[in-house]
Write a protein that binds this ligand. Structure first.
Ligand SMILES: [Fe+2]
Length: 213
């Protein structure tokens, strides 16, 4: 039996949604960050982890798939972000704020990678994908996505701005964010289980975007 996947991600592997809520800057500036390198010169603030500890390790280290995350002490500092995740309604695993320091575009491209989202994910359950809520999105920052790592013809680029929401199958697509600087870029990243609940949330966010046009 295969994992449940979302039709909306079938063609491209990603979905661009309407803008999410504005988040008070103190909710990402005041968090406790740990040194964790992924996709460049990064630090991460864990909001939900496998056991509620201040760590970024894969849930498989604790014998569980990337689902049923437990809030860390950072929840007290970022209540709006945590409520935002809960309001989606789908099962969530890792929830983190990334702090990405600036780099050249060439350095960013060297960091293109796939995520390991579905280790220990039982067959028949929903495929784990990731959502982004951009927090400060420095001018000129962009997502770079590729189906084939070293083939630029398979590339999509998504310009980022504060409040931009994205859902990406990051185990399928190679991905990286290029932040030209001069300041760090902050974003909320959540592992969500694919299924009817996430599907409805994505549809609702797309509808809102259409209505705003
Ligand atoms: Fe990644």
């Amino acid at each position: 039996m295969a994992h449940i996947k979302l039709d909306v991600l079938a063609e491209n592997g990603y979905a661009i949604l309407g803008d999410g809520p504005a988040i008070p800057p103190e909710e990402w500036e005041g968090l406790e960050y740990v040194d964790w390198k992924s996709g460049g010169d990064t630090n991460f603030a864990p909001l939900a982890s496998a056991k509620g500890e201040m760590e970024c390790a894969g849930f498989w280290d604790h014998g569980k798939p990337d689902k049923d995350g437990i809030w860390t002490s950072n929840r007290e500092i970022a209540p709006t972000l945590c409520k935002y995740v809960e309001a989606v309604g789908a099962r969530y695993g890792r929830v983190r704020v990334i702090k990405l320091n600036p780099s050249s575009e060439a350095d960013a491209l060297r960091q293109l990678h796939q995520d390991d989202n579905n280790r220990l994910n039982p067959d028949g359950e929903g495929w784990v994908v990731r959502s982004w809520l951009e927090l400060n999105a420095p001018e000129g920052s962009q997502f770079i996505l590729r189906e084939v790592r070293d083939d630029p013809s398979t590339e999509s680029r998504i310009p980022l701005h504060p409040r931009r929401q994205l859902v990406i199958d990051t185990e399928r697509l190679y991905h990286v964010v290029h932040n030209p600087g001069p300041n760090p870029r902050y974003a909320l990243i959540t592992s969500f289980e694919s299924g009817p609940v996430l599907d409805r949330w994505i549809a609702s966010q797309r509808l809102e975007a259409a209505q705003r046009v």
